[in-house]
Design a protein around this ligand. Structure first.
Ligand code: BG6
Length: 489
């Protein structure tokens, strides 16, 4: 679907997200010739910078995030011609004059305000846009995470932004939903008959969702100390992945149909009790160690970090979904910084065969397992048992592999490219609705409260490992192992 002409405004235009992700994503779509010729990008920031100074900043900070293979100097120049920098104090309603002058007043255009700012500014910016007559019926607003710190602040953001924009104008972004493999999971589940009969408690033993990063928090401890892994990764990215794995078939792929089903999953998550909070939620913090051979400092020694910080850089927990489909199936969620490897994957493990007729090497029997890989490469792996060639009936685990990059030669799109295109097209399916956001906060909030009352520090783990041993014990209590522990040496 071709895009209509647009004015796209990036609040936080000098910030890290705009430089690292948003501008490179828009350049990629410019290069792919997706953008209408007169479409414009207006970058808004607090700093007094001339147009040229800002473009120099883009050259220094954004250009390195575009690979040489995709860089073309002429296209880069025409892309930069679309950009206008406007200085504005977002909290001062009288400083919106220059922005007003830049925006074209035409209902045939799409107008998007992308708030890549701290959430404390969301309400104020929306109010000031309204005061200045900029929040027109043909405007949309994009809210970057973190969308609040807890249920109360998330509700407040929803209410205040909701006074200016209707729900259909609000795009709450979770960039994990823009990843190719996540959408492929929808295709896998609802575009094939194969899995649906098996996708339930009768056949699935457990589900593991891991987002592990080798990266530490150096340079972002200021933000991270106010957030931690639970708020930064689990409340949003991991829970959204869980929703896509667990939801019932939506009646269509339309935004509300999909979001209704995701909401049902969030509302069916078994609430924690004092016992499960103590037993089923593990928080850790990395200490110095080696990641892929390089020595790295511990979290408390990162530049700017509080030397006594109790911020968790790792969290693992066991969730359960109280529905007929999922009752009793544990969902293990895990995320951490400075882990042994960078990977994001969903592992759906099926039950063991009910009875074996094979008597040779029965101890190498492994249950079937479907691995949906999101990162670093995107693909699917189905683990089966197969006979080894030769004499005797010896069975061995074997793999069916689908590598999306190999199978589909089409050019890849970064999550932000896809999501920005969706915003410009007005497609809300991959964005969170207000009730989803609140349901996710409502479920994690007892963990935050429990930690606040608990004097214990997060469990230390050495950088370059898979997190604290307590996380292995957590899954071990169900007689299971994390996938990397279960893999043959
Ligand atoms: C962001 C978090 O939302 O996701 C970061 O704030 C994290 O802490 C990042 O590093 C991970 O995203 P990706 O796409 O690199 O896995």
């Amino acid at each position: 679907m071709a895009l209509s002409d647009f004015d796209l405004v990036f609040f936080g235009g000098s910030g890290d997200l705009a430089m690292r992700k948003l501008l490179p994503a828009m350049y990629a779509r410019h290069r792919a010739k997706d953008l209408p010729p007169t479409a414009r990008i207006i970058c808004v920031g607090r700093h007094e910078s001339s147009q040229q100074e800002y473009l120099d900043m883009v050259e220094t900070n954004s250009r390195p995030h575009i690979s040489d293979e995709h860089f073309d100097a002429t296209l880069w120049q025409t892309f930069c011609d679309r950009i206008t920098y406007v200085t504005l104090n977002a909290s001062d309603d009288t400083s919106y004059g220059d922005l007003t002058a830049q925006l074209r007043n035409d209902p045939a255009l799409t107008r998007v305000f992308y708030l890549a700012t701290p959430p404390s500014l969301f309400a104020e910016i929306c109010k000031n846009l309204a005061k200045n007559g900029l929040a027109t019926s043909y405007s949309r607003v994009v809210l970057e995470k973190p969308l609040g710190r807890d249920l109360e602040s998330a509700k407040l953001i929803n209410a205040e932004v909701g006074q200016v924009f209707t729900e259909s104008q609000i795009f709450r972004i979770d960039h994990y939903l823009g990843k190719e493999a996540v959408q492929n999971l929808l295709a896998l589940r609802f575009g094939n008959v194969l899995f649906e009969p098996l996708w339930r408690r009768e056949w699935i033993s457990d589900v593991q969702i891991t987002i592990a990063e080798e990266l530490g928090c150096g340079g972002r401890t200021g933000y991270y100390d106010t957030s931690g892994a639970l708020r930064d990764m689990l409340q949003n990215h991991l829970l959204q992945l869980l929703c896509i794995v667990a939801m019932e078939s939506p009646v269509s792929i339309s935004a509300d149909a999909v979001r209704d089903e995701k909401l049902k999953v969030l509302r069916s998550l078994k609430p924690f009790t004092q016992t499960t909070l103590a037993q089923d939620v593990i928080r850790g913090q990395y200490r110095g160690g080696h990641v892929k051979g390089a020595e790295v400092p511990g979290y408390r020694k990162e530049e700017g970090a509080d030397p006594d910080s109790r911020t968790e850089t790792f969290v693992a927990l066991k969730a359960e979904i109280d529905t007929w489909r999922w009752a009793g199936v544990p969902f293990f969620l895990r995320t951490g910084k400075r882990m042994a490897d960078s990977l994001a994957e969903i592992v759906v493990r099926f039950k063991s065969i009910p009875h074996s007729i094979f008597t040779q090497n029965t101890n190498s029997f492994q249950p079937n397992c479907l691995v949906i890989r999101l990162q670093p490469d995107e693909g699917l792996q189905l683990n089966l048992m197969a006979k080894t060639p030769g004499d005797g009936m010896r069975l061995k685990p074997a793999e069916l592999e689908l590598d999306f990059r190999e199978s589909f030669k089409a050019p890849r799109m970064d999550a932000y490219e896809r999501l920005l295109l969706d915003v410009l097209r007005g497609q809300l399916t991959l964005f969170m609705r207000s009730d989803e956001l609140e349901a996710a906060w409502a479920w994690v909030e007892p963990i935050l409260d429990f930690w606040e009352q608990d004097d214990a520090d997060p469990i230390p783990y050495t950088a370059g490992t898979w997190g604290p041993a307590a996380a292995s014990a957590l899954i071990g209590r169900d007689g299971l192992q994390w996938r990397e522990e279960a893999l043959p040496e």
